[in-house]
Design a protein around this ligand. Structure first.
Ligand SMILES: [Zn+2]
Length: 217
């Protein structure tokens, strides 16, 4: 057994994973209804409190860097609520796995959510690369696309699908692939999953509506 699992400090939220997910869903509903409750004044107060006490994030979120997908806003969460890791295409790579490991083992955070979004540019760039063999302008962008490509390649091959349908399905497939990869990405995370200390799941934000659809449902 990994000793990091045994040595986890007891700093986790008292909420069970199901309650944390319900809290995120309720926050998304408030956002959709225009009833967000987190004001600038209370957030500043919390920031000052957490500066003194440290953080106790209730969930870890790996999501795309897209400026239209701000996690805290769409879930109506406040400072200190979410440990957010953002990378174009919500891909799984070593430093991002390390970030999840850090938060899960340091704060005992029990929920890891991979959140993609509709009309994702990183997924679109990968789809276009597959369909048209477009040149990729840098090795670093190539690394991102190479991580997404295997997960969406079969979808790109389905000739009867429209481009938009391929794009939509590819976003879902890419999120589910990141969930799967993350679950087996390291000994530490495998042990946390095995012992029921973290739950990893996926969701997709619809940019047209603001609704976050959880992929386990
Ligand atoms: Zn994106």
């Amino acid at each position: 057994m990994n000793e990091n699992v045994n040595n986890q400090p007891n700093t986790a939220s008292a909420l069970q994973p199901e309650q944390i997910l319900e809290d995120l869903k309720e926050g998304n509903k408030r956002f959709l209804d225009g009833r967000s409750i987190h004001s600038g004044e209370s957030s500043l107060k919390k920031l000052k409190e957490f500066a003194a006490t440290g953080q106790f994030p209730k969930a870890i979120v790996l999501c795309c860097s897209d400026s239209r997908a701000p996690v805290e806003i769409v879930f109506d969460q406040d400072i200190g609520d979410l440990f957010v890791i953002r990378v174009a295409g919500n891909v799984v790579a070593p430093s991002l796995v390390g970030s999840v490991e850090f938060a899960a083992s340091t704060y005992g955070t029990s929920v890891v959510l991979v959140m993609g979004h509709s009309r994702c540019g990183a997924v679109q760039a990968t789809l276009d690369h597959i369909e048209h063999t477009l040149a990729i302008p840098s090795e670093n962008i190539h690394d991102l696309i190479a991580r997404i490509k295997p997960h969406i390649f079969p979808i790109a091959q389905i000739k009867e699908l429209s481009y938009d349908e391929k794009w939509r399905r590819s976003v879902d497939a890419n999120v589910l692939a990141s969930v799967s990869q993350l679950s087996t990405s390291s000994r530490l995370i495998e042990d946390l999953v095995l012992h029921g200390k973290i739950t990893i799941l996926g969701a997709v934000l619809d940019l047209n509506t603001g609704y976050v659809r959880f992929l386990d449902q």
